[in-house]
Ligand binder design. Sequence first.
Ligand SMILES: *[C@@H]1O[C@H](CO)[C@@H](O)[C@H](O)[C@H]1NC(C)=O
Ligand SMILES: *[C@@H]1O[C@H](CO)[C@@H](O)[C@H](O)[C@H]1NC(C)=O
Length: 452
Amino acid sequence: MLFWVVCMLALAWPHAVSAAAKPAAAAAYQQPSADGLPGVHNKASDALLRWVRSNGGQVHVAVRVVPGRGRGTFAAWDLEPGDVLASIPVELVYAANYSLGAGFESAGPMLVLDMADPSSFWQPYFSSLPKPGQVLSKELMPQSYSPIIQDENTEAAIRLLQDNIEQYCRLLQPAFDKLQMEANVTRCAHGTALLSTRTFSYNSQEVLLPIVDLANHDNACLHTHRVEPCDVEAGNKQREEGLPAPEIPPSFASGAVTPAETEDTEAAAACSDKGGQHVAGSCKGDLYSKQSRGASGICIVWRAETAVAKGGELCNNYGLLLQDNTVLQYGFLQAGDIALELSMLDRPEHSQKFEEVWDKPKSTWGQPLPHKFTGTAQDIQAEVQRLSERLQALRAGDAAVAGIKVHSDDPGGKMLPMLLEWRQQRLHAIKLELQRLADLREDLRLDAIDEL
Ligand SMILES: *[C@@H]1O[C@H](CO)[C@@H](O)[C@H](O)[C@H]1NC(C)=O
Ligand SMILES: *[C@@H]1O[C@H](CO)[C@@H](O)[C@H](O)[C@H]1NC(C)=O
């Protein structure tokens, strides 16, 4: 993972280590509502938007709930490449707290503690996060579902992760007691799941990034977020002239940047009440002319990289994700052709090293599908052999998997059907790949004959 971070930063792409909890799907929306945007206005996000704006941030997207799909971000007016979607002062970012130990398994229970503090500066953000039972990722997977995965390394990695969460949770018991809170493992695991499904990596730090984390993942998404001056004029100049990004204050890395105290109520009024209804430009103009109030003047700026018509969904890209990447790590199944691709854990390039079990496929930014296996006739023969054995083993495991019942810890009973659907897709993808390899081998054979 570290390698990735370094790589991606070197390419000047903002690197997201993980994905928001919901998928972006190629969607045929129902009738747009009166304001020309899909779905319905998300009242629950209003307090969050006000908080961001009153602390020097900008939000130029509409947060909507589309029935059957959940929450997402949409263009409130026609957007051009380069337009600012949101600008979040670094003071509003929540950095994972590793004072107890490395990894989300320690920082997750710490987040739960912070969330339980009613006086926390981040309360408006915390309130916007998915509630326990709404995240379906590996941290919360009942052990009895493990045979569905049928990959020794991955199953062991999940067990270890859950054990670690439990340990850190117990370590924090005195702190939980002080708040008269019961620190059970489900609650601690929810904290870890929030971090592992929503954090972005900046400055080698994992942070929760308000607003941007409301956007759903799409493998083909090109929109970017990067460190820029909060002053949009300066940001535009930096962008146009290819100037280096401002330094993130060192305190950011410790999560201790002091939040700005001033309330930019004027700016808030200019945008928040009108929601998606204001005329293109009016709200933007008001905000662009203002100097942002974040104490450092440094923001994470999310920009459109393609034109998006009003009402279009604004996606995020966490790097190319295959079905097992999203199901196990982020708790959702993706729609579209990605379902026909081999899962990461079935790929020949998938590392068998335990510490690399969560690796994602290597790919180019915005590439919606992974590279396909290719090689000599001999390579293909070996790959056919490997995949055939895998398919056979999975089929042999089907009977045991069919007997798995919904576990009482499965949030709303939703995780079991999701995992089973993924398993079906996985089997189907292996069969498709075997067919493709057979065709490839035939082509190579015909080419060889031609050359004779
Ligand atoms: C764990 O804590 C949560 C929140 O307090 C509660 O809803 C849940 O029932 C608890 N679970 C167990 C197994 O005690
Ligand atoms: C991390 O948590 C510890 C223990 O609660 C606390 O003392 C410290 O200030 C926290 N660090 C940050 C950066 O919030």
